[in-house]
Design a protein around this ligand. Structure first.
Ligand code: DC
Length: 242
């Protein structure tokens, strides 16, 4: 019998599950997208699911510090199908909430902090766990998040944990916000990135950390192309059964 917490045995799938975990701004999203395109794998952005819970709470005026209300909301959004992720091979996934495709709304600084807050609640994580697993079981998938290699797919064949210095990560986030036309000061972004990482790493349940069998890569010392090449090589070796 398999329950939520049990570790599925490391299955041999024809194409691997690629887990890319790490803190905000380490370059995970870009790397995961490029890896998925290069390999023709399905891409799953698990952070977008937590962001959608924060956005759903905001739209319904549910206070994000009301743990029980947020947990019920997460369960309801998943069970009713109001929260969906459309993921197809080699494409950026689309997050649909209440029948509307959400993009920029999910990426505001307020929703970033909100996602980090609601992701501490056990009921929220439980509600999203099965959804995340349903995307990946067959393999041929890249999942990016915080706990993919430790909790969602501890049996993933390819596991990377991407890090970078705080300043480098804040620079990336700041550049993203500026590109989207959201006004922000670098110092504020740096503080928010630090706050979010501390909260994500300190929570009791599924804290952000590298799995014991994950390869830790510091992206401040490498280009995105180099990181992508390393991960693609690992996945291809796995496909060949090396
Ligand atoms: O990757 P991101 O910045 O979109 O994630 C937003 C928040 O969601 C992040 O601060 C922590 C949470 N998260 C999580 O707890 N577990 C995941 N697998 C992915 C994200």
């Amino acid at each position: 019998m398999t329950d939520e917490k049990s570790t599925p045995s490391r299955a041999r799938r024809p194409r691997p599950i690629v887990a890319i975990d790490g803190p905000a701004g380490a370059g995970k999203s870009t790397v995961a997208r490029e890896v998925a395109v290069a390999l023709g794998y399905v891409l799953v952005d698990t952070g977008a699911l937590y962001r959608a819970i924060a956005l759903g709470a905001h739209l319904r005026k549910t206070p994000r510090d009301d743990r029980h209300a947020i947990e019920s909301l997460a369960e309801e959004l998943v069970a009713s199908g109001a929260l969906e992720m459309h993921a197809r091979a080699g494409q950026t996934p689309t997050l649909v909430l209440d029948g509307v495709a959400r993009t920029d709304e999910l990426r505001t600084p307020d929703i970033s902090q909100g996602a980090s807050v609601v992701s501490r609640y056990p009921g929220v994580r439980a509600a999203l766990l099965e959804l995340q697993r349903s995307f990946g079981r067959q393999g041929g998938v890249v999942l990016e998040g915080r706990d993919i290699g430790t909790v969602v797919f501890p049996d993933a064949e390819v596991k990377f944990f991407l890090t970078a210095t705080d300043e480098r990560r804040a620079h990336r986030r700041h550049a993203e916000l500026v590109e989207r036309g959201t006004e922000s000061r670098f110092e504020d972004v740096l503080r928010e990135v630090r706050e979010r990482d501390e909260r994500d790493a300190a929570r009791d349940i599924a804290p952000m950390r590298a799995a014991e069998d994950a390869v830790v890569l510091d992206s401040s010392e490498r280009t995105i192309a180099e990181v992508v090449a390393v991960i693609c090589d690992a996945a291809r070796q796995c496909e060949r059964g090396v």
